[in-house]
Structure formats: C-alpha cells, structure tokens
Write a protein that binds this ligand. Structure first.
Ligand code: FES
Length: 380
C-alpha cells in the first residue's frame, strides 16, 4: 500500500506547529543518550525505521520521488522530482547534490536545477550520460518513476541579480544549458523586458537540450532571442562566433556555463577587451587545476585515524587520502558541494582552483581542491 505524502509527511513543514518533523526531532533530543531508549533517541535509527514505512519519510534528509522522466536528447534525460517537506526551494542557477545507490554503495553527484524556481513542490534535474560515469549511467539505466533519491540542500552563487538593469548574454555549451533554463523561467516570471540573448552550442541538431521548451518560451517572451550554434556545422564556438550571433555582445552582462575549455577561451577574450567585470561563469565539468610543478611529497597526518600518508606536490588531498586507504566524505570532487570539507589543524595548503596559499591553523579546507605545500595535519 502506498501512503501518500500530504496527510502523513513526517518531513512536512506544512504540518501544524512548524511541522511534525520538528516535533519529533525535539522529542528525540529530549530523550537524551540513554542506551536503553535506542532507537527512539537516535536520528539515524529513527530515520531507518521511517524509511521502512515510507522511503520519503525522514527527520533529517531531503528525499524526492521521481515523478517522471523525459529524454531531452539521445543522451540527456530530465528527472522531475517531488521532494519531501524538508526541501525549502532554490534560486535559479543553483545546483543540488544527488545521492544514488550503485551496487549497494551510495555515490553523490551535483546537478544544476533546470526547472522554474517558483515551484518548490516539483523540481527538475537534467543529466547527460557520461562515458564511464557511474552515477549518470545509474540514473539513466536504473531509475524510474516512483524511485526515491536523497538530495542535499541547493547550493551555488551562479545567480541573476534581483534587478537586472542591462541586456544579458547567456552562453551555454552542451549541458551547461541547465542552469540557464531555470534562470530564463525566473526572468520571464519577473517580467524582465530588456533583451536577453541565449547562444546555445551543441554538436548536431539533436544535441540541443530543451529546444522545444526554449522555442515555446521565446514565442511568448519577445525579449528573448535564441541563437543555435551547431558545432558540427558551424565549427567551435569562439568569440568570433559570439560576435556573429550577438553583434552588441560587449555591451551586455554575460553569463556562461559549459566545458572548461570554452569558458577559459571566453574569459581570456573578455579580459583582453578589458570588460571581465561583465563576465560570470559556472563550470559543470571538472575544472582544470593548476598543479604546482616539481616539489617534494609531503607527510599528511590523519589525526582521528592516526595514520600518516604522503601526498605528491599538487595532488588533491582527497586523492592522496583515498590512495592511502582512507574514505573521506566527498560529493562533486570539483570544489562545489563542500562535502569533503575538513579541518586542517596545521601546515600549509594551496587551493588548486584559485592558487591561494594558506598556513592558518584550524581552518576548514576542501580536500578535493586542496594540495599540501608542507607537512599537514588533518582532522580526518
Ligand atoms: S567533494 Fe564537493 S567540494 Fe569537495
């Protein structure tokens, strides 16, 4: 029997007195740590019991049921999700970390939200199948309507300002289109009347994600102009192509999301023009990290597990820890989700994305994008 959510949604914030979830949490808190009360005083044990009754029920986790799936292109699929009451909505341009079980092991990946942010009851992620990608292939091959996923809170600052006083240019490469789909719906809903030009690049006619949806949006929103760039015919998307599609591009605020190579080239062009303050970007693939050349391996002390291992110069500490047999928490592995955040108690580290070097004691670092510049100690 399927017990539907609204009447008995443990996580529902619409339940009287700020939600049954909060009442239960308070109750569990009051029970303290007496062992004989277990599992009534243990959130994870209580969650496991609730999940046996209904996988959407949780005191602590955002869970979302897959309502429907839709193939946007031959290798890109959208999942419409109905989250439980712990989901608090998102802002256009944000992403969410999704946990998926593959062969009994949970893996996490980050996906942009591609739906209208005005709707928090039904949200969409759009996933491109990656060659050898464990999670994207599991999502495509194993999941179907009715299945339940676990989500983290939405994150990200690739946002459109509350008021946008200038014409916009959005440049989307491949599945970099996903945050723009959400942003365009938000701008349209807000009655944005200044010009918005969207340049979308894909390989082949059938590679354009959301094509029909974008055409429908442009038909009812005259401010939006669409520019399709089929790289199999038009060549690589570069600055000259942008100038052909949108001749007044230098006078626009520009947002770009796509593969790192595309964004690096565009960023360099905007810098050469001296207008990099009009340029904002969001990567969806692994960023290229600036690995320090040379340098010696250093010792890393994992204080909690009392292990010492070595990390090569420029090697992300997450990789080094895994190579040593440790299993730190991680999600995106590209510096976005902060799942790998860990306290460094001593030593010098380099942020491989920004090049910033820090020797401050007791600071939080992201293991996936930090390398050790000296011997370091971690609360790991
Ligand atoms: S794993 Fe996501 S920030 Fe490190």
């Amino acid at each position: 029997m399927d017990i539907d959510m609204p009447a008995l949604n443990i996580a529902s914030t619409s339940y009287p007195a700020a939600g049954l979830s909060q009442l239960l949490r308070k109750g569990i808190d009051r029970l303290g740590e007496q062992r004989w009360l277990h599992p009534l005083n243990d959130f994870s044990a209580a969650d496991a019991l609730l999940a046996d009754i209904n996988p959407m029920w949780s005191l602590t986790e955002i869970r979302a049921r897959i309502e429907s799936v839709f193939d946007e292109t031959p290798d890109t699929r959208s999942f419409w999700l109905r989250p439980n009451g712990l989901w608090q909505g998102f802002e256009a341009g944000q992403h969410v970390m999704v946990s998926v079980e593959c062969n009994g092991v949970f893996h996490q990946r980050v996906y942009s939200l591609s739906s209208d942010p005005a709707r928090s009851d039904l949200i969409r992620i759009t996933v491109k199948r990656q060659a050898g990608g464990r999670v994207s292939n599991a999502l495509h091959d194993q999941l179907q309507p009715g299945d339940v996923l676990t989500l983290a809170k939405p994150h990200g600052d690739f946002l459109i300002p509350a008021s946008q006083p200038e014409p916009l240019l959005m440049i989307a490469g491949g599945s970099g289109m996903t945050p723009f789909m959400s942003q365009l719906q938000a701008l349209h809903a807000r009655g944005h009347a200044l010009p918005v030009a969207l340049v979308v690049s894909a390989r082949g006619e059938d590679g354009f994600i959301f094509r029909e949806e974008l055409l429908a949006l442009a038909a009812r929103w005259p401010a939006l102009s669409l520019h399709w760039h089929d790289s199999s015919v038009d060549g690589r998307l570069d600055a000259a192509a942008i100038a052909r599609h949108v001749p007044d591009y230098v006078s626009r605020q520009t947002l770009i999301c796509g593969p790192a190579a595309l964004m690096d080239a565009m960023q360099a062009h905007w810098q050469r023009l001296g207008i990099s303050d009009r340029f904002r970007s969001e990567a969806f693939g692994a960023p290229r990290m600036a690995v320090a050349a040379g340098g010696e391996a250093v010792a890393v002390s994992a204080e909690r597990t009392e292990q010492v291992f070595t990390a090569a110069a420029g090697q992300p500490l997450l990789q080094a820890a895994e190579a040593a047999g440790l299993s730190p928490r991680y999600g995106c592995r590209i510096g976005i989700c902060r799942s790998c955040q860990c306290r460094k108690t001593s030593g010098t580290v380099e942020n491989l994305l920004t090049g910033a070097v820090s020797s401050a004691p007791d600071e939080l670092i992201q293991l996936c994008i930090s390398s050790a510049r000296s011997d370091v100690a971690l609360d790991l």
